[in-house]
Each structure stands twice: as C-alpha cells, then as structure tokens.
Design a protein around this ligand. Structure first.
Ligand SMILES: NC(=O)c1ccc[n+]([C@@H]2O[C@H](COP(=O)([O-])OP(=O)(O)OC[C@H]3O[C@@H](n4cnc5c(N)ncnc54)[C@H](OP(=O)(O)O)[C@@H]3O)[C@@H](O)[C@H]2O)c1
Length: 261
C-alpha cells in the first residue's frame, strides 16, 4: 500500500506515546482512524482534535485488550459501527522491569495477553476481509528487546520476540496476496512505557521521540518492508547480537539491565 490517504486504520494503544503519534501522523495524511485503548476520555479528546483539524472520520472504542474476550468484542463493535478497516496497527503493549519473581503471575498473564494474544487475535479477525480485497495489512510494534533475551525484562522481551517472528512469517505468507505485514522495532523511546515498566531512568540512553519512531514505522509499511528498526544505533545493536554467542549476549544484556548497577 503506497498511501494511507482515504484508508481506515485501526490503532491499538492510541492514547499515548507511539500510538498517539501514529494517529497524529496518519490524520495529517487524511487517513480515517479507529482508536482504541483503555483511556476512552483521552481517546475522545484526541479524536475531536484530529477530526476537527484534518476533516477525517475518527471512531473511538475504549477496550482493555489484556482481557481474552476483548479482541472479538472489539472486532464485532467495529463491524456493527459499519467501519471497514484497511490496516491494523498492533501497537498496545507494556513491560515490567525487575527480577522475574518481583511481579505476580497475573501481571505476566496480562502482558502476554496484550503483547501477544491480542496481536494474534486481531490479525486473525481482520485478515480475511483484507484477503478478499487483496489489500491492506498489519503494522506490528515489537522492540529491539525482541532480538535477544533481556534479563530483568524476561517476559517482555520474549513477547516481543514472538511479535517479531510472527510478523516476519506472515509477511512472507501474504506478500503475494496484496497484504503487507511490517514489524516495527523501536529502541528506547520517549513515552509512558518507562513509567509503567518502573525502570530506573538511568538505564535509558539514546531515547528517540515517539513521533520519529511512528514515522519510521509508517514509511516502512508503505514500502512493504517486513522489518524496520528505528535508529541507526539501535539497528547496529540489534544486529550485533549475531556475531557473539547467545550466552555472551545474555550476560551483557544482564549487566545492562541489572537493577543492582
Ligand atoms: N517506549 C519504548 O521505549 C518502547 C521501545 C520498544 C517498543 N515499544 C513498544 O511500543 C508500543 C507502544 O508503547 P509506548 O512506548 O508508546 O508506551 P505507552 O505510552 O505506555 O503507550 C502504550 C499504549 O498501550 C495502551 N495499553 C496499555 N495497556 C492496555 C490494555 N490492557 N488494553 C488496551 N490498551 C492498552 C495504552 O493505553 P491505556 O493505558 O489508555 O490503555 C497506551 O495507549 C508497545 O508495544 C511497546 O512495547 C516501546
């Protein structure tokens, strides 16, 4: 898909950070939007702003995608509203920083449901219509954390490895049927992510703006790329893991993210 103009894009996690910037950038390109996140009030304010400024249609659906029943309900509600979604941006996600046993299993189940299961479900629900039209696709937000194990972000990095592998596999399965699947891998990015993850801010170096990251993702999708890593330094770091043993990579990452340093 070369242009988002007059298309309709569903963005999960559109109430802040990278998701909000996807919404702003797309509205400026005359794209109609379907915004979802738990903070319905914030989404409604954003929708009002964007529809007034850019004269685009913006629908809002407040939803908690960590609940197993939500993807099907959201799909149903969008159909009921008569909205035809061309592209899905699977962006909503969160991580928690600390030793594995620092958080309850419920937190990890919530993370896996949101970062992994909701992505699979929404892709499965929205794909058939796209296949019929031989057009559209998915822009899935993974992370540079998905390229190797990240001690103290063990579950989060595993969920992002899933999104990375899943997206690249689907890119190959559907690229000849008019469907684009692009995986965006940001490195550290300015957003509410770090507050929710409870990471020590000292660990964060070279933060990129969420607007830049969102733009990189949209450009890669337009070009039909399977994968894009935002930022040259992040690109080098993500790829450098190939030249060292996995044991060594894991030890280095453990040092970088250890709470005791
Ligand atoms: N920031 C980084 O350094 C970084 C780096 C690599 C990858 N990423 C990835 O980028 C994506 C966007 O994160 P961000 O950095 O923009 O963080 P963010 O500002 O915290 O945004 C996360 C978005 O996800 C939504 N969300 C969280 N829990 C949800 C739930 N249970 N149901 C529905 N929506 C939910 C949030 O909205 P509500 O709270 O209103 O629900 C918010 O809109 C995530 O997948 C993250 O893993 C971020």
């Amino acid at each position: 898909m070369k242009s988002f103009e007059d298309k309709t894009v569903l963005i999960t996690g559109a109430s802040s950070g990278i998701g909000e910037d996807f919404a702003r950038l797309l509205a400026a390109e005359k794209t109609n939007l379907v915004l979802t996140a738990r903070s319905e009030e914030k989404l409604s304010q954003l929708a009002h702003q964007l529809s007034t400024r850019y004269d685009v249609h913006v629908h809002v659906f407040g939803a908690d995608l960590s609940l197993p029943e939500t993807p099907a309900k959201l799909f149903h509600d969008i159909q009921k509203a008569g909205v035809d979604v061309d592209v899905v941006i699977n962006n909503a996600g969160f991580g928690k920083w600390g030793r594995f046993d620092s958080f309850g299993n419920g937190t990890y189940q919530e993370m896996c449901n949101l970062n992994v299961n909701a992505v699979v479900s929404l892709t499965h629900l929205f794909l058939p219509k796209m296949l019929e039209k031989r057009s559209g696709g998915f822009l899935n937000v993974a992370s540079t954390a998905g390229f190797q194990p990240v001690p103290y972000f063990a579950v989060y990095s595993a969920t992002k490895s899933f999104v990375l592998n899943f997206s690249e596999a689907l890119w190959a399965e559907y690229k000849d049927q008019g469907i684009t699947v692009t995986c965006l891998c940001p490195g550290p990015t300015e957003s509410n992510f770090h507050q929710r993850s409870e990471i020590d801010r000292k660990k964060l170096i070279g933060l990129e703006s969420s607007e830049k990251v969102a733009q990189v993702g949209l450009d890669a999708f337009r070009k039909g790329k399977p994968l894009v890593i935002s930022g040259a330094k992040n690109y080098l770091l993500a790829n450098s893991t190939r030249f060292v043993s996995r044991k060594m990579v894991t030890k280095i990452t453990a040092q970088m993210f250890s709470p005791s340093d």
